[in-house]
Design a binder for this molecule. Structure first.
Ligand SMILES: *[C@@H]1O[C@H](CO)[C@@H](O)[C@H](O)[C@H]1NC(C)=O
Ligand SMILES: *[C@@H]1O[C@H](CO)[C@@H](O)[C@H](O)[C@H]1NC(C)=O
Ligand SMILES: *[C@@H]1O[C@H](CO)[C@@H](O)[C@H](O)[C@H]1NC(C)=O
Ligand SMILES: *[C@@H]1O[C@H](CO)[C@@H](O)[C@H](O)[C@H]1NC(C)=O
Ligand SMILES: *[C@@H]1O[C@H](CO)[C@@H](O)[C@H](O)[C@H]1NC(C)=O
Ligand SMILES: *[C@@H]1O[C@H](CO)[C@@H](O)[C@H](O)[C@H]1NC(C)=O
Length: 557
């Protein structure tokens, strides 16, 4: 009976008279194919059973797959028969999600809160919600879970980079940066150690890949070369069985696929009324699933030839990301980072094909043993409106620390570092405050001075005595203050000056230096640290520096 069915299929495929072996036909079987004297028969991988249709493979057991998807303000789940429920609501703007099946943990990113969260799926509801990454995100659009090593990866389309951290948000590091223009979707395959992402870049829309440790970056598909109408590669997913990339393009309204290496390009579906502005895509079994913005629905189709298109569910608003939640999507393998953290002192990431690569979090460099990370403190701290960033001087495409962004930073005026506690400090003229945060991960954000400082344009940390100096200018009169680093014991040490434009100290010599507005820009004032003995001098060469954009490079060890 099966043989007969296979024979008819073969005839339908029209390949009887060609040299191509029947099993090489695209989609001959949904999983495994064996040639027989009369044609071919299909079989399934371990853990799946063959459907009576002789083609489809279904997971064994009673676990039913269901789709998890985001609707901006909600995360919902729906089984493949369309039975739906709300897993979590009252969200701000949740655009992407992924899950960790083993622990029933869901991760999602919110582009309004600029945070990544996790929660536990408990009887169709997400509970035990925690912030995983809460600083240094501007537009986290795509997220992918490495269920083997327990890491998460995400793209930030504003910061144009791919970052990685543990599932607790620890040991963050920039994995890919530079030559990324408009990244959107991301996916990983731990068994191959591969990471893929889409980039909308106008003149070069593409899909790229690298190892999950950031090595071997390569273009997989230049989309407009393959499909001259395509250009908005919104969603991306991986078929772990076939080792293929599937993506949806919202300009040509197409579902396409290539092998992981970019070969064997195939269009699965195009010109279909239910594929009119696809946003995200998922693969499970022999089907693809996608969300569509024009028809507001979740759809299913055959993953080889796009047949049997059907609506799984209509949604009342635009659906964003979707994932098919089933343990078969997250097969187990040997974890090369499992024993002794792969020998790594910090972050252990999957390399190609089951290998492990040690990687370092922000502020660290990998030593020549390729396992140990050491602090390397040389970086450039700079500020602009709504942002403070640290730049790795050795590789200026890479951030050296998580970006500090709004609402923590609005109009930063001055910054300094306390190498002793590993904190950085900044003044903000919008609210007249001084704040601080931990350099390495941007946490422990604290407002240390919160009393409406007028134009706090200068700030200097005296790491010898544990004090800080800062300047204010009120009604044209400049002052310099000193306080403990937590803002207590504030004291005015320099009075009745012209508006102060910039401030520096020399802790070991015990001197304060500053410049004033309205005087010759070439003059620098100097005083003792208690404000006594004010003098002025004219250095040989001094260029005027706008303090808001002053660049700091300090040794931090
Ligand atoms: C997953 O669950 C195991 C067992 O409860 C626990 O040890 C592990 O820390 C959990 N992993 C994450 C990322 O929460
Ligand atoms: C994609 O295009 C870039 C330049 O635009 C080229 O360097 C690269 O070789 C192309 N790659 C593929 C896989 O087509
Ligand atoms: C698509 O593939 C399925 C499974 O092999 C087959 O049943 C169906 O006839 C195919 N549809 C088209 C239009 O080729
Ligand atoms: C990984 O394994 C695949 C399949 O065996 C092979 O084609 C590929 O070249 C390997 N990749 C690397 C970087 O070794
Ligand atoms: C730290 O980084 C700086 C700048 O990139 C470099 O010159 C220096 O050699 C590095 N130090 C170590 C210990 O790697
Ligand atoms: C500096 O960058 C180069 C290339 O990006 C890298 O090979 C080298 O290890 C880096 N050195 C340090 C100290 O980070």
């Amino acid at each position: 009976m099966h043989l007969l069915a296979a024979w008819i299929l073969l005839l339908a495929a029209g390949s009887v008279f060609t040299d191509v072996s029947p099993c090489d036909q695209w989609g001959a079987c949904s999983q495994q194919c064996s040639q027989t004297s009369l044609g071919y028969t299909c079989s399934c991988y371990h853990g799946y059973i063959l459907d009576p249709d002789g083609w489809t493979c279904k997971p064994e057991g009673t676990e039913r797959p269901y789709i998890l998807y985001t609707l901006r303000h909600e995360i919902r789940l729906v089984d493949l028969d369309g039975q739906a429920s709300v897993a979590l609501d009252r969200l701000r703007n949740t655009v992407s999600l992924d899950y960790y099946d083993k622990n029933r943990t869901i991760f999602w990113s919110d582009v309004m809160e600029d945070k990544i969260y996790r929660g536990v799926m408990d009887a169709n509801h997400i509970t035990d919600i925690q912030e995983v990454v809460s600083v240094g995100l501007i537009r986290p659009e795509g997220i992918a879970v490495d269920w083997i090593v327990e890491n998460i990866y995400w793209v930030d389309s504003n910061q144009r980079q791919i970052e990685v951290a543990t599932m607790q948000g620890k040991l963050r590091s920039t994995l890919v940066a530079g030559k990324i223009k408009q990244p959107r979707a991301i996916a990983v395959d731990p068994s191959a150690g591969l990471l893929f992402w889409t980039d909308w870049e106008k003149n070069n829309p593409r899909i790229e890949s690298c190892s999950m440790s950031g090595h071997g970056r390569a273009v997989v598909v230049n989309i407009t070369l393959m499909d001259s109408e395509g250009a908005w590669p919104n969603g991306l997913t991986l078929d772990y069985d076939l080792r293929r990339v599937y993506w949806v393009d919202a300009r040509s309204d197409t579902i396409s696929t290539v092998r992981y290496d970019g070969s064997d390009y195939r269009v699965v579906l195009r010109n279909h009324r239910l594929l009119s502005h696809p946003f995200a895509i998922a693969v499970f079994g022999s089907n693809v699933y996608w969300t569509d913005w024009r028809t507001n629905s979740l759809m299913e189709a055959n993953k080889f030839n796009g047949s049997s298109v059907r609506v799984v569910q209509r949604t009342y608003a635009q659906p964003f990301d979707l994932k098919v939640f089933h343990s078969k999507r997250q097969a187990q393998m040997k974890n090369p980072c499992g024993e002794n953290n792969g020998g790594c002192s910090h972050l252990c990431l999957l390399g190609f094909n089951g290998t492990a690569d040690c990687t370092c979090p922000y502020f660290h460099v990998l030593l020549s043993d390729r396992k140990t990370c050491a602090l390397n403190s040389t970086f450039l701290l700079y500020a602009r409106h709504y942002e403070i960033r640290g730049l790795d001087l050795n590789n200026t495409d890479f951030d050296a620390m998580p970006t500090m962004s709004s609402p923590h930073v609005e109009i930063p005026k001055a910054m300094d570092i306390d190498p002793v506690s590993g904190m950085y400090y900044w003044t903000d003229s919008r609210h007249g405050t001084i704040k601080r945060a931990r350099i390495i991960d941007g946490t422990d954000i604290e407002t240390v001075v919160n009393t409406d400082l007028d134009n706090p344009s200068g700030l200097a940390v005296d790491y010898v005595s544990g004090n800080m100096y800062f300047s204010t200018t009120r009604e044209g009169v400049g002052s310099i203050w000193v306080s403990r680093l937590d803002g207590r014991q504030r004291l005015k040490v320099v009075y009745d000056r012209k508006p102060i434009t910039s401030l520096a100290i020399h802790p070991n010599k015990g001197k304060i230096f500053w410049t004033e507005d309205g005087t010759n820009a070439q003059v620098v004032f100097v005083a003792n640290m208690d404000g006594s003995n004010v003098q002025q001098f004219v250095p040989d060469s001094l260029t005027h520096v706008d303090s808001a954009f002053k660049l700091y490079s300090k040794n931090y060890t």
